[in-house]
Design a protein around this ligand. Structure first.
Ligand code: NAI
Ligand code: 15L
Length: 268
């Protein structure tokens, strides 16, 4: 049966706020969780991902979890370790203990960020591309995907790991023309990931059907995802402002963009 009650972690964040608006139309009843209070939602659970007991209570009785909570940009390793690595582990332990059958994990293109982007007729990047994290942040997403695989193989918890490109109301850079996922397509993809049968652990890229797409959307389509948006309608303005990407620039040559070069990976 289709999941009805959904725990949305990271509900106060950018994607969480968008999904709070969009997902109820698909029939979900949302239970909200974040470290911070969620504006306009006094019933939201204020829980830190490191608090296992509170997480166990939070997942009790839900049909699925859409796991968006965590640090969403590069940060000190210790912060990433706590929120994204240990936090995601605690979430999966709670899910296993409470027999929640399905998680949709917000992975990121930065798990494979050092992969050279295709240019002029190169094949699209497959989901089987090896992990090439561009930051400690990307490394934590690679860990999350492996954790999801472990919990499927060992405990039968199903996950779709969605390597999200850029989910914002509009693309704001030329790179985003390739990796943008409109909020509406985001909701379509998360719904497909929550309802497709027998996913085991499946990894997909998450974006709209962009003209300048860099990666293979077929695995997402195989879940039933039918994207409706294309960033190309923003292209003329963004290219006029910033110019086309220059493959000679290290921050333009790889999927992860400036995450590969900025902030500097390690202080000298
Ligand atoms: P965001 O930073 O706006 O929201 C993340 C939320 O997680 C925040 O509200 C924060 O308070 C919460 N959080 C952080 N640490 C926590 C902890 N220890 N316990 C409980 N909650 C905690 O990020 P955004 O943009 O909404 O992204 C959502 C998810 O999607 C993140 O996991 C991010 O890494 C991933 N993602 C987002 C992309 C995007 O384009 N927005 C692209 C790729 C991945
Ligand atoms: C991410 O993983 C970040 O969470 C988001 O803020 C964007 O920077 C996005 O990737 C991107 O690659 O544009």
């Amino acid at each position: 049966p289709a999941p009805r009650t959904l725990l949305l972690t990271g509900a106060a964040g950018g994607v969480g706020t968008l999904m709070r608006d969009l997902l109820p139309a698909y029939g979900y009843t949302l239970r909200l969780l974040d470290l911070r209070p969620v504006e306009g939602a006094p019933d939201a659970l204020t829980v830190d991902l490191t608090d296992r007991a509170a997480l166990r209570e939070a997942v009790r009785g839900v049909d699925a979890v859409l796991h968006l909570a965590g640090i969403s940009l590069e940060a000190d390793f210790d912060m990433i370790l706590r929120a994204n690595i240990q936090g995601t582990y605690h979430l999966y332990e709670a899910v296993r203990e409470e027999c929640v059958p399905r998680v949709v994990f917000a992975s990121s293109n930065h798990a494979v960020g050092f992969t050279p982007r295709p240019a002029g007729g190169d094949p699209l990047i497959p989901v089987s591309a090896p992990h090439r994290p561009d930051t400690f942040y990307g490394l934590s997403k690679a860990f999350g995907e492996d954790l999801a695989q472990l919990y499927w193989d060992k405990h039968g918890v199903e996950t779709v790991s969605v390597r999200i490109g850029s989910c914002f109301p509009e693309p704001t850079s030329v790179r985003m023309l390739s990796v943008w996922m409109s909020p509406e397509d985001g909701a379509r993809l998360f719904h497909a990931a929550l309802t497709a049968p027998d996913v085991g652990h499946t990894v997909v890229y998450g974006s709209s059907a962009n003209t300048r797409l860099w990666w293979d959307l077929e695995p997402a389509r195989a879940l039933g995802y039918v994207p409706r948006d294309d960033s190309e309608r923003f292209a003329a303005k963004l290219v006029a402002e910033h110019g086309e990407l220059d493959p000679a620039r290290p921050d333009h040559a790889r999927l992860g963009g400036h995450f590969c070069t900025n902030p500097p990976l390690w202080p000298s």
